[in-house]
Ligand binder design. Structure first.
Ligand SMILES: *Cc1c(COP(=O)(O)O)cnc(C)c1O
Length: 416
């Protein structure tokens, strides 16, 4: 097909697809409205003013901007407390900190959603052999697979969680790099209920990465004790420069703070001279920005569906994370797809993504990303392992318009 006619065909298809997506987009906007209202009322309750945006230096005692932001974060997540820090270097660090807080020494950590995200395996100690992992410090680890459909295996959960040595039950909300659906908040609520029934003392921790604000409730609204995630994903709204969070029961958040800094000091210290405006502004826009990423994902599912590719989730499937899988079926198409996404990013659009042997993966991985905040995957990005069935994992898009244009460029690149 000639260059011009393929571009024309994609334009027409995109317009048709958008008309069909009107109701779906309206639903996404409604979720964003509910979440925006919750964020705004927390801003009002804690009387956010320009004084909150100033930073502090040195020890950072009584840092008003930091402390107020953590109160707002806790209110929005429906928790007693929150630790939201630029010193939590990424999502992995936040989740690791939460794992140490929620797992008592010498007891068992039980994952009920199969193998955790790659980097979390290293932190637990089941991948690599790093000193300082949970297993290194004497934690025992057990893991339950999801069912073949990717759903929680309730009978198995009740059996395994019934072991009185289990002090922490771990749930991963998002699909990560697995071929299974994200768990909805309602499903997480059922899992919490089932664990509580059999082991009321176990702490329930949810890896909330990519899930925040995709629904009107968070796992902590349905009984999870602790959630953790990254500020360069959904809750940073594309503006937070770095950072992570742990939110939940106060005793557990305190333990997480003791792990992050030092026992006895916890969250009282930690300064940042640069100021906190980007965190506040990012959190304020996060429900909207998450909706933009969701619309971009739904649009890509619809467009690539029309072009004959298998997608997961499908256009009408419920969503509880911002990840979209597009099955491209050949190495050449996966390369072209990533090349097109790269051309559709605002930064580094001139780069050509090439597969490379990324540590921790059993095959080469190709990635497309061109973000304002380095590595931020709330901004449009895609990656895929160079193996059958050549799936692209797509996420982000801080404005729907730019996300849509990026997806159309990927489609164009593939048809050319
Ligand atoms: C992104 C992610 C993490 C943590 O990743 P970082 O790159 O360290 O922020 C953990 N779990 C899941 C499911 C994720 O998507």
């Amino acid at each position: 097909m000639s260059h011009a006619s393929s571009a024309g065909r994609i334009e027409i298809l995109a317009k048709e697809v958008e008309i069909k997506l009107r109701d779906r987009f309206a639903e996404i906007d409604e979720v964003s409205t509910v979440n925006t209202r919750r964020v705004m009322s927390a801003f009002h309750e804690f009387a956010v003013s320009a004084a909150c945006f100033s930073g502090s230096s040195g020890y950072g005692y009584d840092d008003k901007g930091r402390d107020t932001f953590e109160k707002i974060f806790a209110r929005v997540f429906g928790t007693q407390s929150a630790l939201v820090r630029l010193g939590l270097v990424n999502g992995t660090h936040a989740i690791t900190t939460a794992l140490f807080a929620a797992t008592a020494p010498g007891t068992t950590l039980l994952s009920v959603t199969g193998a955790p995200y790659d980097t979390i395996r290293s932190a637990i100690g089941t991948q690599g052999d790093y000193p300082g992992s949970l297993i290194y410090y004497g934690t025992k680890y057990a893991q339950l697979a999801l069912t073949d459909e990717g759903l929680p295996d309730f009978p198995a959960i009740e059996k395994a969680a019934g072991d009185e040595n289990v002090s922490c039950v771990f749930i991963q909300r998002s699909r990560g790099y697995c071929d299974r659906p994200a768990l909805s908040v309602a499903q997480i609520g059922q899992m919490v209920e089932s664990v509580r029934r059999i082991n009321p003392k176990a702490n329930i921790l949810v890896d909330n990465c990519y899930g925040e604000f995709t629904e009107v409730l968070e796992p902590t609204h349905v009984g999870a004790d602790l959630v953790a995630g990254s500020l360069i994903k959904n809750p940073g709204g594309g503006l937070a420069p770095t950072g992570g969070y742990v939110a939940g029961r106060k005793d557990l958040v305190d333990k997480a703070a003791y792990r992050l800094t030092s026992p006895g000091i916890g969250g009282e210290c930690g300064s940042y001279e640069g100021g906190y405006r980007s965190l506040y502004q990012g959190f304020f826009t996060a429900p909207h920005v998450t909706a933009q990423a969701l619309k971009t994902a739904v649009f890509s599912a619809a467009l690539f569906g029309e072009l004959g590719f298998k997608t997961a989730p499908g256009v009408d499937d419920p969503r509880s994370d911002i990840i979209q899988i597009i099955e491209l079926g050949s190495p050449e198409r996966l390369r072209r797809f990533c090349r097109g996404i790269q051309k559709g990013t605002p930064v580094d659009s001139f780069a050509t993504p090439e597969p490379w042997p990324m540590p921790g993966y059993d095959c080469d991985v190709i990635m497309a990303a061109g973000s304002f905040v380095q590595g931020a995957s709330i901004e449009l990005s895609a990656d895929g392992p160079m193996k059958e069935p050549y799936r692209a994992y797509l996420q982000g898009g801080i404005t729907y318009e730019s996300g849509k244009i990026g997806i159309m460029m990927a489609a164009h690149e593939m048809m050319d």
